[in-house]
Design a protein around this ligand. Structure first.
Ligand code: HEC
Ligand code: HEC
Length: 327
């Protein structure tokens, strides 16, 4: 049943229960006046609360955000397409059946696992010209990437727009040019379908949507070269914080994204070569093999040149170590 229908039914049931309480308080029978009224009252409260939180989630997912759409023309030059193809690997861990290009849509629901319905069904859509984007303008796609709302301005979820929000105009335009240039793969993914728990988590604000503030002015590219400033930009747009935490000092194991370890204590102990080798081979300086389903090192290796990895290293190496009790 659709969450909006469930929400309305629950609120109606809560109102009926509240009316029962009012009637019971006037009853001659002492049992109906006291225990009966208390039980009905508590039920009304719980059912009403569940219904209202669910409806708040329905509202958050369906309210239109007023983020403006820019009018963008793309040169689709060889240089722009090459840059876009490079960066499109950042999308492949979710938007591809193979973990590689083309971006033909996710292979599995990101909200459930085999044998566990989780929070519902959510596939990362097909981003080739065979999917829905053929009907979107360049500006609408750019807005979806950096501001986390769909063609109609409704919030996306799971899509890591919080990090993409920092992406320069040149980089996001290169990605869109590349998306348009892919072979059209004719594959459709199931529509988004959150269950009651998923909608309630959104309604309660415990599961933030991807929607971001509008981007008003031009966004300049970061300084190039293997500098910490360049690395800071790449760490932001790579979504490292989604898993490794806002301060990169370790993510939390709350059932959300895979909890990454504390990079502020690990990377400063490594040399630049050790860091680059870890991302290129998936094996760290201790000989530990990173799980590719947890840490998308293959996608990052494909996305970044040695110079870009050196920039990421320069930034991470310079971070102040943050000691945290395990979260
Ligand atoms: C962590 C997984 C993840 C990554 C990485 C990711 N996306 Fe998404 N993206 C999603 C999901 C899930 C949706 C659907 C969200 C929804 O329907 O609420 C989505 C939706 C979109 C949409 C809207 C498409 C539509 O038909 O509604 C666009 C455009 C998009 N992503 C582009 C990108 C691009 C470009 C990249 C890489 C730069 C990227 N995404 C990286 C998970 C991801
Ligand atoms: C989807 C979640 C996710 C994202 C995104 C992510 N990581 Fe990770 N990362 C992990 C997890 C989980 C591990 C631990 C993997 C394991 O134990 O097999 C890890 C491990 C690592 C390690 C190895 C630590 C060690 O001691 O061996 C490094 C370095 C690292 N990540 C850096 C990064 C950087 C830099 C980025 C962004 C460019 C990033 N990660 C993005 C989840 C993520």
């Amino acid at each position: 049943m659709a969450p909006i229908v469930v929400g309305i039914i629950l609120v109606v049931v809560a109102v009926v229960l509240a009316l029962v309480v009012v009637r019971a308080r006037r009853a001659k029978n002492a049992f109906a006046r006291w225990p009966g009224a208390i039980v009905a009252g508590l039920l009304a409260l719980v059912v009403g609360l569940v219904g209202v939180i669910d409806l708040a989630g329905v509202y958050r997912l369906n309210a239109a955000h007023g983020n403006p759409v820019s009018d963008v023309r793309l040169s689709a030059s060889a240089g722009q397409l090459a840059r876009g193809e490079h960066l499109a690997h950042l999308c492949a861990s979710c938007h591809s059946t193979t973990g590689n290009l083309p971006l033909d849509g996710g292979r599995a629901s990101l909200l459930s696992s085999p044998g566990n319905s989780g929070l519902g069904t959510l596939y990362a859509p097909n981003l080739t010209p065979g999917g829905p984007l053929k009907d979107w303008s360049n500006g609408e796609i750019i807005r979806a990437i950096r501001e986390g709302v769909d063609k109609n301005g409704h919030a996306l979820i799971i899509m890591p727009s919080e990090g993409f929000h920092e992406m320069s105009d040149a980089d996001v335009q290169a990605i869109v040019a590349y998306l348009r240039s892919q072979p059209a793969v004719d594959r459709s993914t199931p529509p988004r379908d959150l269950n009651l728990i998923g909608t309630m988590l959104i309604g309660a604000g415990l599961f933030p949507t991807a929607a971001q503030a509008p981007i008003a002015g031009p966004v300049a590219p970061p300084p190039a070269g293997p500098t910490a400033a360049h690395g800071q930009y790449l760490v932001a747009i790579s979504g490292c914080r989604t898993c490794h935490g806002a301060d990169l000092a370790g993510g939390s194991a709350n059932g959300g994204p895979p909890p990454g370890p504390n990079l502020t204590l690990i990377v400063p102990k490594w040399t630049a070569t050790q860091f680059v080798t870890t991302i290129r081979t998936g094996t760290d300086p201790n000989g530990y093999s990173l799980r590719p389903d947890m840490m998308p090192w293959k996608e990052f290796s494909a996305a970044y040149s040695d110079e870009e990895l050196a920039a990421i290293y320069a930034y991470l190496h310079g971070l102040r170590p943050i000691e945290h009790p395990p979260r």
